[in-house]
Design a protein around this ligand. Sequence first.
Ligand SMILES: [Zn+2]
Length: 198
Amino acid sequence: MTGPTPVTAPSGLTAFTPPALPSPADLVPEFRPRCEQLLAACRARGVEMRVNETVRDPFRQARLWRQSRTTETIRAKIRALREGGAAFLAHCLESVGPQHGDPVTNALPGLSWHQWGEALDCFWVVDGEAEWSTTRKVGGVNGFRVYAEEARALGLTAGAFFTSIKDFPHVQLRAAAGPTSLFTLAEIDRTMGERFGG
Ligand SMILES: [Zn+2]
């Protein structure tokens, strides 16, 4: 979690060095132990959940956002970010270049809790294989359901309970949908630039 020049950010983030493998250790100190508790609580109910993604840098978020969107939409958003005082986020979106793929996110770079070390994505492991089904049951239980219930019991926010688009692998520290609920765009831009701008 610590890099050569740690910086202070609104949520206490420090400079980020990309991990070799995603691990709860990459998450903010307030969230990390509860993720470990969550995985242990699932194991106690016979459900193995494995960490798929913790910190996602804003360039990767930009690639995910750009895929499935038109050049016009992307250009307009880059312009809007720049005009809104978010030059670094605009740079993230612009520099990653053309992307192709299915729609996977509505969150712009910086605006997903994954960029803040405050979100965790897990998948279910059944007989040593990744199981992404949110309806399959083994021994009467669905792993994603158990994961969401245990997350809620720990005071975390589970994507399975989102009222818009459900995101079963996703668990986050806060109830707020995203950083824009708590910080201005300029604050988010500064935090992301300090943490990921090199
Ligand atoms: Zn997620």
